[in-house]
Write a protein that binds this ligand. Sequence first.
Ligand SMILES: Cc1cc2nc3c(=O)[nH]c(=O)nc-3n(C[C@H](O)[C@H](O)[C@H](O)COP(=O)(O)OP(=O)(O)OC[C@H]3O[C@@H](n4cnc5c(N)ncnc54)[C@H](O)[C@@H]3O)c2cc1C
Length: 408
Amino acid sequence: MRGAGETAMDGSLPIDLKTQVAEDADDTAFVAEVQAFLAEALTEDLRQAGRETLGVHADIAACKVWQGRLFAKGWIAPAWPKAWGGTGWTPHQRFLWDRECARNDAPIMFAGGLRSLGPLLIEMGTPDQRARYIPAILSGEDIWCQGFSEPGAGSDLAAISTRAVRDGEAYVVNGSKIWTTGAHISNRMFAIVRTADGERRQQGLTFLLIDMNSPGLTVSPILGLAGEHEFNQVFFDNVRVPVANRVGEENDGWSVAKRLMQLARSNNTPPAMVRRVLRRVELAAAALGPDLEPAQRCRLAGLKIELEAFEGLELAALANGRPRLGDQLAPSMLKMIGSELHQRVAELGLEIAGPCAVGALSAVGLAGEDIDYGARAVAKHLSVRAATIYSGSSETQRNVIAQALIGR
Ligand SMILES: Cc1cc2nc3c(=O)[nH]c(=O)nc-3n(C[C@H](O)[C@H](O)[C@H](O)COP(=O)(O)OP(=O)(O)OC[C@H]3O[C@@H](n4cnc5c(N)ncnc54)[C@H](O)[C@@H]3O)c2cc1C
């Protein structure tokens, strides 16, 4: 009998991954319940929005409708503790839920609140902050963006220079954040700002919850490579933020932000997101039938296997209680592997689109349907270049992994 982690003689997945990914009899009823719900609640307009997703979230109007339906069902925050609105599902059930959503083209949510801030507030927020913000995150009334990066502070996040100066019961914030995904559709931002100049640059940062409608705050759009408007630059000109909106201690924002990144990072390119793109590529390959290049057929098969392995890794991390893995290793591995796989899948999609992709640029000699398909393959390929940059670039993740492995 093989032990956990051993590879079978026939080259199949190690037994522990295989048993985790496969559905067993116990899951049949759960999957049937999920499928019945999706068949009813996931209307064609929402599926269409899911299919058309270019970046990290679907069209915001579709996200809101989908969030409302999940909220009404009580399924909006499967990863949260049940006492705070979670579903109480096992890690395997959460995985199956994500996979069914991907298979059915559910919209990918804009999830700064659900994925990052909510879990952080549950752990570190004051009772008032939890009472005020958690219900609005669950219902979708509040949409949160993340204000970490600045023109001079990306990978080197400790270089943050946006300043907050205490003035009575408020901080007065001046400076700028950049690459802020969804700032134009959010009514709230969580941010780290500089409140002191410590001996180490990581000291002297403070974590604040900011109302995007505050006087003095302006949002300026930045277009992505594919021409999409997903991120922005945000300017603060004497923006007042109540001291009650601080999470953690003043000047200890670095540890708060680090905790938030641990909670959020592994989820940024989940297998379900890659599965969605792979499904489109599979459909394109199927449409070509015997005309698909043998080398591309091989690569497609290889990517499917890699996705299975990535799903196994995600599930193993989930089963270990992902946010509590005790180190940075698993979140960084999942982020790095997921985003690089995502890019390779989109790249194959572009290659399979071939003449349609070229034709989409010139729109010569192609039917409208092919132009649409080619244009989407080009746009997806361009848009997904960002995946190995946001939430910590692949190079940064490799540094974290190396440091964790050598115990520094
Ligand atoms: C689509 C997208 C959405 C984003 N959304 C948000 C958001 O919502 N909120 C937010 O705060 N930020 C956001 N960001 C910003 C993102 O976190 C930063 O772009 C990222 O951290 C990299 O920082 P940088 O752009 O300043 O590049 P730099 O840090 O200047 O890096 C430039 C290059 O140098 C490499 N490099 C840097 N340091 C090292 C090192 N020590 N070792 C090896 N290589 C290194 C990097 O990997 C990269 O290739 C987003 C970015 C993108 C692309």
